[in-house]
Design a binder for this molecule. Structure first.
Ligand code: BG6
Length: 484
């Protein structure tokens, strides 16, 4: 049985920058089965060869290490192109005919990848259904849907319903590229392939958790899109909540997709929605100075480019342990990390100088850029009676796995989708739950209950309110992976 990957939006940025380089790297590593063909579909009138030419340029620009001509030509030979529009029956008919021709009489699994503007997701899926292109008789039919999956709960529900008219849930692969990151995957391995962490991983030993996803870039050429989206929809509803579930979920009974995704869903279901009365206390919204001067952004835009939220999880394990999440653009550096702060020792037996206290331990999980972990604990300073100093036990991928290049998230996600493993993709109920947690924030920020929109200078760690949020709880934001 061969496999066909049909990429809708084949001349777009995502295909050029991420999908095609990822597929090529999979081939280079010997992971892309020989029987996989790739069919691009887009409006530009290109021949197969012209499309191949464009993708060859994309490989040079985005696929990392140079490859031999043979390797490259073998890859380009897998590529085909059909010109047409997803809004037009004729184009889809041509696509259907071309797919039949390429696949021949044999059965072939098909993966439809929607790398198109979100407003075309539902119509494209409907057309696939109407044109009988999802019938499983000749091989499995799956669909990959890029983010954003809806803009709120209502639109996500409508989109889920539209997709479920045509595809069963087991055939729908909703991308959150954070789940494809090696370090995000490693959270489950750290927690559940070891015994040292899990006994401590609860309210008895953990004081709080911080999740930071910071970017140094500003919104730049995406300003017009971004202004209608803002940081909560762009980063929190998906990436930050997914990281939270990986840290907070219960151990699944197996590595099976359903088992893992059930636990993740249960965790999000236990997150307490932020009520209107708590918006001023548990949420902070910021906008970097100069944001409004971007082309396409209104002079009075209230769009947040930074947010900090305090979330609580109402279950046995996490009752009373706050999860502080922050993310923003134009921050000092690009870094994603999770800091699990343990409680202070209950009693100090050491003769510390007046006013000094024992500092508490933390585990910092460095998602990017320098992937690894730091476990911070107190050590005795040599040649002193009882001086203490915090030290780090460190793990870095680059040291422990020298020569192994961490793959791009899309490599793993594409391969899983081709093989039919949905573990690292978001399920409909979980996506909807994530929206139902973030809608009260996005909508509440348009009411009188909203905290003030605070301006921060590009290069600062967000507005003062983000620090005040922590100070009120006697805590502060930390960077545990600073020494990476
Ligand atoms: C995307 C957001 O989902 O994630 C972007 O739309 C953001 O605004 C990007 O820049 C960050 O991804 P990464 O992998 O660079 O951290």
């Amino acid at each position: 049985m061969s496999r066909t990957l049909v990429v809708f939006g084949a001349t777009g940025d995502l295909t050029r920058r991420k999908l095609v380089p990822a597929l090529f790297n999979l081939q280079r590593k010997g992971r892309l089965p020989d029987d996989v063909r790739i069919v691009g579909f887009s409006r530009s009138p290109l021949s197969d060869d012209e499309f191949r030419g464009r993708m060859a340029e994309a490989l040079v620009e985005f696929a990392g290490a140079p490859a031999s001509d043979t390797e490259r030509d073998r890859f380009l030979g897998r590529l085909h192109y059909v010109a047409g529009s997803v809004t037009d029956d004729r184009g889809m008919e041509t696509l259907a005919e071309r797919l039949d021709e390429l696949e021949g009489e044999q059965c072939a699994d098909r993966l439809y990848y929607l790398a198109i503007a979100p407003r075309f997701y539902a119509p494209t899926v409907a057309r696939l259904g109407a044109m009988d292109m999802v019938c499983d008789d000749h091989g499995e039919r799956r669909v990959v849907v890029e983010k954003p999956f809806g803009t709120d709960l209502a639109s996500a529900r409508t989109l889920n319903e539209a997709i479920h008219e045509v595809f069963e849930e087991r055939s729908v692969y909703r991308i959150d590229h954070y789940l494809g990151k090696e370090t995000a995957q490693n959270i489950l391995f750290t927690r559940f392939a070891n015994t040292v962490f899990e006994p401590l991983w609860n309210r008895n030993y953990i004081d709080h958790v911080q999740i930071t996803v910071a970017e140094s870039v500003d919104v730049d050429h995406r300003a017009e899109f971004y202004d209608g989206t803002g940081v909560v929809r762009d980063m929190f509803q998906n990436h930050l909540l997914q990281l939270l579930t990986l840290v907070a979920m219960e151990p699944p009974s197996s590595f099976d997709a359903d088992a893992v995704r059930n636990e993740k869903h249960k965790t999000l279901a236990a997150v307490r929605p932020i009520t209107s009365g708590r918006l001023g206390l548990d949420t902070v919204r910021g906008q970097y100075a100069g944001y409004r001067t971007n082309e396409g952004v209104p002079d009075d835009s209230e769009t947040a480019t930074f947010a900090a939220l305090k979330l609580e999880i109402d279950n046995w394990r996490w009752q009373g342990v706050p999860f502080y999440l922050r993310s923003g653009k134009a921050l000092p550096e690009k870094v994603s990390e999770i800091l699990v702060q343990f409680r202070c020792p209950p009693h100090n037996m050491f003769p510390l100088p007046p006013g000094a206290t024992l500092s508490s331990n933390y585990l910092a999980i460095c998602i990017q850029p320098d992937e690894g972990m730091h476990l911070r604990f107190e050590a005795k300073v040599p040649d002193t009676v009882a001086d203490l100093q915090p030290v780090d036990m460190e793990f870095h991928y680059r040291d422990n796995f020298p020569g192994v290049e961490l793959p791009e998230a899309y490599e793993r996600l594409l391969l899983d989708a081709l093989h039919g493993d949905p573990s690292l993709f978001a399920r409909s109920d979980t996506i909807e739950r994530a929206w139902s947690l973030m809608d009260p924030v996005v909508e509440g920020w348009q009411t009188d209950a909203a905290p003030p929109l605070e301006v921060y200078e590009p290069g600062d760690w967000g507005p003062d309110g983000a620090h005040a949020l922590m100070r009120r709880d006697g805590r502060r934001w930390k960077r545990g992976c600073r020494h990476c």
